[in-house]
Design a protein around this ligand. Structure first.
Ligand code: HEM
Length: 193
């Protein structure tokens, strides 16, 4: 459930390469699915389970993780747990306390404002790379055979490399191709303006 949502969510952010209005249109379409009260309740429950099981597994496997994919699995899992608490918490506060539409502008206000971007670039960048890194580590563990002459390890490295590329393109779109995004007045409360 989480992987499907995050896959669609990152596709939505990649779509910002086409422009802010296009990103918002895609989000409106996707919300028909994930803002359905039943779907959203299950999604938020999945986030909670992921946080709880993630922290639990981190504590249990901390000493046993020796290989590089095991360590990738462990540390990306811990980062995702911390990120979920902050990110989903911030989205829920935006909706219920600040009464903002948590759209493109809510997500990118900090990313386009110096010095807040010094926090938001690594914060979002690491989250996206961690999502692909975590998937890559699990793929390496579960996949038993080569595909087109590629070993499971090479396949996992390809997933990780894809994550780095997605992150770069996503930032390109979310920062309006490096020229910066004009933040509407109602979102300026997020950046102290
Ligand atoms: C540049 C990176 C990202 C940005 C700018 C961003 C921004 C946002 C925004 C604006 C929302 C609110 C969506 C809405 O109101 O419909 C949201 C929700 C959410 N995001 Fe992200 N996100 C990013 C990356 C991620 C990643 C990497 C993950 C997971 C690994 C993630 C997980 C979630 C979840 C679980 C929700 C809650 C969905 C709900 O409303 O129930 N996000 N994000």
């Amino acid at each position: 459930m989480l992987t499907v949502f995050v896959g669609l969510h990152l596709f939505n952010h990649l779509y910002s390469v086409a422009g802010a209005a296009q990103h918002i249109e895609v989000m409106k379409g996707l919300r028909l699915f994930y803002r359905n009260p039943l779907v959203e309740a299950v999604l938020l429950l999945a986030v909670l389970v992921q946080i709880g099981s993630g922290i639990n597994l981190f504590q249990k496997n901390r000493k046993a993780a020796v290989g590089r994919f095991d360590r990738l699995h462990l540390w990306t899992g811990l980062y995702l747990a911390v990120f979920f608490v902050i990110h989903v918490g911030a989205v829920l506060v935006g909706r219920t306390v600040l009464h903002l539409d948590t759209n493109f502008y809510y997500g990118v206000a900090g990313l386009n404002t110096f010095p807040l971007n010094l926090f938001f670039i690594p914060y979002y960048g690491l989250a996206t790379v961690s999502f692909f890194g975590h998937t890559a580590a699990i793929h390496n563990k579960k996949m038993k055979r080569a595909v087109l002459g590629c070993s499971p390890q090479s396949q996992a490295l390809a997933i990780l490399a894809l994550g780095v590329m997605v992150t770069a393109f996503m930032f390109y779109g979310l920062t309006n191709r490096f020229r910066g995004v004009e933040i509407p007045a109602e979102y300026r409360v997020l950046i102290g303006k």
